[in-house]
Design a binder for this molecule. Structure first.
Ligand code: A3D
Length: 318
């Protein structure tokens, strides 16, 4: 049987998601959006490239949530993105309302699906999605760490003048300005990245590394400032497709995702960005490892900002 991915939200990220999934023939795709004609038009456009792209995935658009029926995975980008000067947290009230209604419909029409949330503020929205659907935590996860880690790896690759494919670097914590890039284990195919930077730059290595970490934390805002209308969409879509592929193919990939923590990394009852195994059941398990004192402190600061968003959301009645 062919697998099915539902995209809820057919805006910038939704469009790239549909195109990538079809091009990989990962699954059939249905896109649902509230704007009349938008999902139908985008999906027709992608369907008409099937001959050129040599793909057989069926792609359809709809304004009705019934189209979610029989979906294996729901990827949620419904909501509004940031404008220049806005933080992700500024989106809390408007996107909470949207995510609540999307979650009700996922629960109704795709009760067995695995949900990947992308809408911001990510950690709060994934929390709300799980709360409303009441799906087990392993079936409700968030995309942020795959993208943040890719940005970190890319900036390291540019600095070291090596292929980004060979850089392994992870960003943990919440998806906000307090995210936690783990430089200690960043490496170029096993060669420690920090040592390479020190050999290349000597005493200046620390400043260069700090600048890379700052750029990683601010990377979303850098794109927002350049685009002026909307936020990053190619890279978040690519990141969510990597997660969806790991799930549909039961690859047991180890990816940084927003997963629910039950005591791992000293956190209970919150979604945070951590390395987890992704397989046919969604987040199969969290891979815990020892953080050093500095990392622990950064993780704690990040946890507090996630907690603040979740509390603010509760105060708004969600
Ligand atoms: P955009 O192009 O505005 O698309 C959002 C779409 O959602 C629009 O087409 C809306 O019509 C649609 N929508 C609104 N309400 C509903 C609803 N109830 N049901 C179905 N569709 C609805 O935004 P985008 O695609 O650029 O970004 C989407 C979200 O992702 C935003 O919240 C961004 O902040 C967020 N985002 C997250 C990351 C992460 O890495 C976590 C990165 C970039 C953007």
């Amino acid at each position: 049987m062919r697998r099915k991915i539902a995209l809820i939200g057919g805006g910038q990220i939704g469009g790239v998601l549909a195109q990538l999934i079809a091009a990989k023939e990962l699954a059939d795709v249905v896109m649902v959006d509230i704007v009349e004609g938008l999902p139908q038009g985008k999906m027709l456009d992608i369907a008409e490239a099937a001959h050129i792209g040599r793909y057989d995935s069926s792609v359809n658009g709809s304004n009705s949530y019934e189209a979610l029926e029989n979906s294996d995975i729901c990827i949620v980008t419904a909501g509004v993105p940031r404008k220049p000067g806005m933080s992700r947290d500024d989106l809390l009230s408007i996107n909470s309302k949207i995510i609540s209604s999307v979650a009700e419909n996922i629960k109704k029409y795709a009760p067995n699906s695995i949900v990947i949330v992308i809408s911001n503020p990510l950690d709060a929205m994934v929390t709300l999605m799980q709360k409303v659907t009441q799906f087990p935590h392993n079936r409700v996860i968030g995309q942020a760490g795959v993208l943040d880690s890719s940005r970190f790896a890319t900036f390291l690759a540019w600095e070291l003048n090596v292929s980004a494919k060979d850089v392994h670097a992870m960003v943990l914590g919440g998806h906000g300005d307090t995210m936690v890039p783990i430089i200690r284990y960043a490496n170029v195919n096993g060669v420690p990245a920090q040592e390479l930077l020190e050999r290349k730059h000597g005493e200046k290595a620390k400043d260069i590394l700090d600048a890379i970490i700052k750029r990683t934390r601010d990377a979303g805002g850098e794109v927002v400032a350049l685009l002026k209308t909307g936020s990053a969409f190619y890279s978040p879509a690519a990141a969510a497709v990597e997660m969806a592929e790991a799930i549909l193919k039961n690859q047991r990939r180890v990816l940084a995702i927003a997963a629910f923590l039950n005591g791992e990394f000293g956190v209970s009852g919150y979604y945070m960005g951590v390395p987890a195994i992704l397989g046919e059941n969604g987040a199969e398990s969290v891979l815990e490892f020892q953080l050093n004192e500095e990392e622990k402190q950064m993780f704690e600061v990040s946890l507090n900002s996630v907690k603040k968003n979740v509390e603010d959301m509760k105060r708004l009645g969600f």
